[in-house]
Ligand binder design. Structure first.
Ligand SMILES: *Cc1c(COP(=O)(O)O)cnc(C)c1O
Length: 372
């Protein structure tokens, strides 16, 4: 089966992990800081805080902002459930706002319409790797005094109007799960230019302990204080070493993803039944996913799967999950454009190691099914 996404780990990656295994620091050591600096430099942000997953990164972002009971956070339903779950972790309430039908990115006008006196933040999701309309989102958030968070789990390596993803929102969240642009096995990071946010997240990932281990060693002290409720969301040096090594390949990998996307888009140009999502102008698309809309989605899904093409559906709109229906009374009709898209979307295989012949096989198999 050709999967929809897959990691690429080479001998150089393996050697850098092995080197850490032979070193004194397996966690909370120099590789974590080196990885944070490398990502911060790449995306043009002042601070980067590494954590144990993209979900932990979202949670840390909600904590940094101070989301709590009584606060609303605006976000799109066309995302992985973790985006909204992070709001719930902190006791806040997610407010789902519909997407634009041709990009599946959050609609800035609808964001503005959903703002209330309880709104604390907006989370934009760079769906499929395409940066959202940050120009409009920023100006709306500035006008209303809201924090803008980018769920950039799909879009590391992308850019918007020449500015890299990771520098576009107040807090920018990444995941290093194996299907994502680079991997550390599990892992995540938040980038920000706000030193206070960064400091809060550094404490949050380590039980909100007031001093870290090395600081205490240096001062010859055993004393520490738990100042708030935090978690163990630390990334290991083993994972960070893999991340540092993977990051070097990111630009070439994004180029390759774009090349595959171009081949697909050209192949479907005259096929009325297959509609690729629209690319906005003046963006650099990271193409974590290649998504098409098609009315015969369910038929295509099962026939492609039976022929060894691992297509997938991203995503079931979050407000349709039982957790949200039961807790917040959400359901059909809340975000009709996302719900309609959900019935038609199909993610085709796209990842840097995908071979030319495999891309051709996906296209030929898909077109063959349509002719039946
Ligand atoms: C993968 C992903 C997450 C969660 O990241 P994990 O590292 O799996 O915890 C959150 N949001 C989006 C949009 C994602 O794709």
């Amino acid at each position: 089966m050709i999967p929809y996404g897959r990691q690429w780990v080479d001998e150089e990656d393996i050697a850098s992990v092995v080197e850490v295994l032979r070193s004194p620091w397996l966690t909370t050591g120099p590789k974590v800081e080196e990885f944070e600096r490398a990502v911060a430099t790449l995306v043009g942000a002042e601070h980067a805080v590494a954590v144990s997953s993209g979900t932990a990164a979202l949670h840390a972002a909600m904590y940094a902002i101070g989301v709590g009971p009584g606060d609303e956070v605006i976000l799109p339903p066309m995302t992985f459930a973790a985006t909204a779950n992070a709001v719930l972790f902190q006791g806040g309430e997610p407010v789902f706002v519909d997407v634009e039908p041709d990009t599946l990115l959050i609609d800035p006008q609808k964001v503005e319409d959903a703002i209330s006196s309880k709104t604390k933040a907006v989370v934009a999701v760079d769906y499929a790797g395409q940066p959202c309309n940050y120009h409009e989102l920023r100006s709306i958030c500035e006008e209303h005094g809201l924090v803008l968070v980018a769920d950039a789990c799909h879009s590391l390596g992308g850019s918007y109007r020449g500015n890299p993803v990771g520098s576009l929102a107040d807090l920018n969240v990444f995941s290093f799960h194996p299907v994502k642009p680079i991997t550390t096995g599990e892992g995540g990071m938040v980038t920000t230019n706000n030193p206070e946010f960064a400091e809060r997240m550094r404490r949050f990932r380590n039980h909100c302990i007031s001093t870290d281990y090395r600081q205490r060693e240096k001062e010859g002290s055993w004393f520490y204080q738990v100042t708030d409720l935090g978690y163990n969301y630390r990334l290991t040096d083993i994972q960070a070493a893999l991340g540092i090594s993977q990051l070097k390949k990111l630009p070439a990998w994004i180029e390759r993803r774009q090349e595959i996307a171009r081949i697909y888009t050209e192949a479907f140009a005259n096929i009325g039944e297959i509609e690729p999502l629209r690319e906005q102008s003046d963006i650099f698309h990271a193409y974590h996913l290649y998504v098409v809309r098609c009315e015969r989605r369910d038929e295509l899904f099962s026939k492609l799967r039976s022929k060894g093409i691992g297509v997938n559906v991203h995503y079931i709109p979050v407000h349709l999950h039982p957790l949200y229906r039961e807790r917040f009374g959400t359901g059909e009709g809340l975000c009709p454009l996302a719900e309609e898209a959900y019935r038609e979307i199909l993610s085709l295989p796209i990842f840097p190691a995908l071979k030319e012949v495999e891309v051709s096989k996906v296209i030929e198999t898909l077109l063959g099914i349509l002719k039946q």
